[in-house]
Design a protein around this ligand. Structure first.
Ligand SMILES: N[C@@H](CCC(=O)N[C@@H](CS)C(=O)NCC(=O)O)C(=O)O
Length: 208
């Protein structure tokens, strides 16, 4: 069985959301894991084999470790094919891969730079900035309900995730705000939040 190291209300919640959407929660052994949180609570869990003690971490039946949210999402959507992600060779696969990797390679760094109040010519030369990221996202949603077309996909699950955690960070662009609301309304989101609330209680963590 696959094993997922998961901390409630963290980046690994996105993997639980996918498992909910795939109805595949029973295909994965979910190990609830403590992590150091930005508010000073929590601590590294010695039972978590992630090289940096982070989550998410997926371990395959063969003992291979897969780290990084987008790599894990890709692995799981390839392993459990569904209408949430185009398979290799299917139309939309290129866009799917591009959005997954754009999230990790561009959106998250740019978002963190802004949160930290950082600006530097080296950063903007490599990543551009939030206005460019917002414009790219808005262009991607032009004439579409979701990033890959008229159907919710794992690209939406991942890229909308920071705006579901921090709604105040949602760009003030009607197409993006409406898309975030459509993503938030997916049943897998509510199911994943319920799972996290139960897991947090089980671990004795404060509610999110
Ligand atoms: N780029 C990684 C980031 C993973 C990450 O930073 N996870 C946080 C939880 S939101 C964590 O485990 N923090 C604990 C720590 O930094 O020790 C991914 O998306 O998987």
């Amino acid at each position: 069985m696959l094993t997922l190291y998961h901390a409630p209300n963290s980046r690994s919640s996105r993997i639980v959301t996918l498992l909910m959407a795939l109805d595949a929660l029973d295909r994965v052994d979910i190990r609830l894991t403590d992590i150091p949180r930005q508010d000073g609570s929590g601590a590294r869990d010695p039972n978590n084999p992630h090289p940096e003690g982070k989550v998410p971490l997926l371990v395959t039946e063969e003992g291979e470790m897969i780290r990084e949210s987008n790599a894990i999402l890709l692995y799981l959507t390839d392993r459990f094919p569904s209408d949430l992600a185009p398979e290799v060779g299917a139309p939309g696969r290129g866009a799917y891969l591009s959005w997954l990797f754009w999230y990790g390679n561009v959106l998250e760094p740019v978002y963190m730079h802004r949160l930290a109040g950082l600006s530097h010519p080296v950063l903007s030369a490599s990543f551009r900035g939030m206005p460019e990221a917002v414009a790219y996202l808005a262009a991607g949603l032009d004439g579409r309900a979701f990033l890959l077309g008229d159907r919710y996909s794992v690209a939406d699950l991942l890229i909308a995730s920071p705006f579901l955690w921090f709604p105040e960070a949602t760009p003030d662009v009607p197409a993006i705000r409406d898309w975030v609301a459509r993503c938030a309304a997916q049943p897998c989101i509510a199911r994943s939040m319920e799972f996290d609330a139960r897991s947090a209680e089980e671990m004795g963590l404060a509610p999110a």
